[in-house]
Design a protein. Sequence first.
Lengths: 111, 114
Amino acid sequence: ELKVEQNPLFLSMQEGKNYTIYCNYSTTSDRLYWYRQDPGKSLESLFVLLSNGAVKQEGRLMASLDTKARLSTLHITAAVHDLSATYFCAVDIPTGNQFYFGTGTSLTVIP
Amino acid sequence: NAGVMQNPRHLVRRRGQEARLRCSPMKGHSHVYWYRQLPEEGLKFMVYLQKENIIDESGMPKERFSAEFPKEGPSILRIQQVVRGDSAAYFCASSLHTGTTEAFFGQGTRLTVV
């Protein structure tokens, strides 16, 4: 079974600081997704990365994909409190019917 | 265009009762996926359906769980004789095309078994 690992699982960071969340997966795939989940809410799509070397940025978040290393990163620049949430990466394979989710990174941004 | 609609948002059932969770996909979407999220964990795939067909149920428990997506009406995830371990958030997603690219998630149903 395809495994998706995220680290760190918990992240507490100060406002204004930078940090990176890592997502490793265990099989060949060039489709990687990042989602945000607020407590008690659904998943909000942040980024869809569909090729090796893909890089996407939205505000203070930037995601990249290295399919050879089977690694995606979500970089946070100058964190603000509003970014506090749980972030999930997910992988699928072209012939499959499902996302494989990581265990999530719970991010808390403190003043 | 409303998003993926799930109801109820919260459901409390006693052990042994049945739980029915409903999912109305986005307009025009004919592919529906159900996922379960246990506390402090990521989402785990349960089943993938197209109208009137179960395509992939590899993530469904073998007993007590069933799903359908009729020609008319919402998709239903049914859990019979619920147990405490069924307590979780159940999310539905829908997509326009085959495959998981561009799938949109509903707000989930939080099932509590007491």
